[in-house]
Design a protein around this ligand. Structure first.
Ligand SMILES: Nc1ncnc2c1ncn2[C@@H]1O[C@H](COP(=O)(O)OP(=O)(O)OP(=O)(O)O)[C@@H](O)[C@H]1O
Ligand SMILES: [Mg+2]
Length: 502
């Protein structure tokens, strides 16, 4: 056979192969795309462009969701063909007249403020044309609050149309996507998005609802696609007015908090991260948790209640802390029970045994004090702005000095047993009393005993028989006398034990 004969045969074979592939494509594509397919690959690009022209025309005539559905149908049909999926992707991106921007709630482990502002803005797009709404009523508000409750929202700005869509990412992070015509690029990336974010922020500011966040166990982050934190509206009624404590100390704490809130310039000037740490310590029932609620209400900051026992290592701790939002109070209650505070920051000996080294390695894989401190000192300084960190403990003495040294915990607040000044606040709150003949006796008994504000409050809430306020106060006097007796006999018991040991 001549050389030209061989080439002819090969061309024929190639043509047959192409034809059989094309037949396969045509079967798969069905009747929508079939007529658009040309004789060779070079025409595919222009055919897709033709297809997009049809999509674009359909877009103009069919509003909102239908448009997106038609486009998705066609795009899906093309994507089902593995043969030229890659080619189609590139061509589509090149020819598509639409661009998209995604906003994830957590971006590179950090909270994305634009996301929450956008969600607030979209939720506020309420008008009589909207079909899905959700209603709620917050504590202290008389009117109902309506929010738009649609996964897809169409918006318009200076004549340009935009489509927002809620999406779920594969890693479980909430996100939304904006689709817009490329011809509106300047408007959207410039004025429109700034407008949306600013508007969202100002709505958030006006409505300012304080929320309380709880961390989900890390096992849920991946498996159930849950988020790092779950939250509900924070409706604790405690305020500094209702806090029973020494009024001077109360004023000091309140001024410290308010100064912090307005301290942007100051923190910039001194070159320190805009954060503040409070260590609340005292026996159970003295108002540590109540004070955190009062702080949140005073500052209008949300609370992140960090449960260390449900996370596994420092990496998870970092991830959680970086996902907190600004203007928030991060709380670790009973810090002495949540962390192994012993020894881990101790000076490393040169002659450590293998067992010791292994033990240390194991500790590296769990939540440690140094992990927490690294965050407070390290990343925090670069990232954590306008955050308050609160640790609580019943046992100040058990805490590692490294944790409580000044600079980390800026203010140590002792909450203690109820004395007369604190009692007067409770009497005002619970019984609406400024004075009473029994106040003198109560003052003396409070000095002689160690009753917590929680126990005093309990007694004031009980109304004894018909005697109302008098009955409550008499009940309190009896409880205090009983406590005094118990304390006295305990002391005697201890003295006897001591003497018998001698
Ligand atoms: N100083 C206080 N002022 C006003 N109410 C108080 C105060 N201390 C306690 N109470 C009342 O007692 C209840 C228990 O107080 P709280 O939970 O704040 O104590 P705590 O110090 O956090 O205790 P624990 O160490 O057990 O966590 C509160 O609901 C509150 O009503
Ligand atoms: Mg508490």
């Amino acid at each position: 056979m001549s050389q030209t004969g061989v080439i002819k045969d090969q061309k024929l074979l190639l043509l047959q192969k192409k034809k059989s592939k094309r037949n396969l494509i045509e079967i798969l594509m069905g009747s929508i795309v079939k007529p658009l397919l040309g004789d060779n690959l070079t025409t595919i690009g222009s055919n897709i462009a033709g297809l997009l022209f049809i999509i674009e025309t359909l877009r103009r005539y069919f509003p909102g969701q239908l448009k997106v559905t038609i486009q998705q149908l066609l795009v899906n049909a093309i994507h089902r063909l593995p043969f030229f999926k890659k080619c189609a992707d590139k061509t589509l991106a090149y020819f598509s007249p639409y661009a998209q921007i995604r906003f994830r709630e957590i971006e590179e482990y950090r909270y994305n403020y634009a996301y929450s502002a956008i969600k607030t803005y979209l939720g506020a797009q309420v008008n009589p044309q909207v079909k899905n709404l959700k209603g709620s009523q917050m504590r202290g508000r008389e009117s109902l609050d309506f929010k738009r409750d649609d996964d897809k929202v169409e918006d318009e700005y200076e004549g340009a149309k935009m489509w927002w869509e809620d999406l779920k990412s594969t890693d479980g992070v909430k996100m939304c996507r904006l689709t817009f015509h490329r011809s509106n690029w300047e408007v959207v990336t410039g004025a429109y998005l700034s407008y949306v974010v600013e508007e969202g922020k100002s709505i958030e500011e006006k409505k300012k609802t304080v929320r309380i966040f709880m961390n989900n166990p890390s096992s849920n982050w991946k498996l159930q696609m849950k988020h790092l934190w779950s939250s509900i509206d924070f409706e604790h009624p405690a305020t500094f007015d209702t806090m029973a404590m020494d009024p001077k100390k109360k004023d000091e704490i309140m001024s410290d908090l308010l100064e912090f809130r307005e301290g942007e310039e100051y923190y910039k000037k001194i070159g320190k991260a805009w954060k503040r740490g409070y260590l609340l310590h005292g026996p159970p029932g003295t108002g540590k948790s109540t004070m955190i609620a009062a702080m949140a209400n005073l500052m209008s900051y949300s609370i992140y209640d960090l449960e260390l026992t449900s996370i596994e290592n420092n990496w998870e701790l970092k991830k959680l802390l970086l996902a907190t939002s600004s203007k928030s109070i991060i709380v670790i209650e009973d810090i002495d029970c949540s962390l192994d505070l012993t020894g881990e920051r101790g000076v490393k000996e040169d002659h450590q045994s293998n067992a010791e080294i292994k033990r240390e390695k194991k500790k590296e894989n769990s939540v440690t004090l140094s992990g927490l401190l690294n965050f407070i000192d390290g990343i925090w300084s670069a990232y954590g702005q306008k955050r308050i960190l609160v640790f609580t403990t019943n046992h100040l003495g058990k805490l590692d000095q490294a944790l409580i040294r000044r600079g980390r915990m800026d203010m140590h607040i002792e909450l203690s047993y109820c004395r007369f000044e604190a009692f007067k606040i409770l009497a005002k709150n619970y019984l609406n009393l400024d004075s009473h003949p029994l106040f003198g006796e109560i003052e003396t008994l409070l000095e002689e005993t160690n009753m917590t504000p929680a126990d005093v409050a309990e007694n004031l809430m009980v109304k004894y028989g018909e005697s109302g306020v008098d009955g409550s106060l008499k009940g309190l006097v009896r409880a205090l006398e009983q406590m005094k007796l118990n304390q006295h006999s305990n002391e005697q018991q201890k003295e006897i034990e001591y003497l018998t040991k001698q």
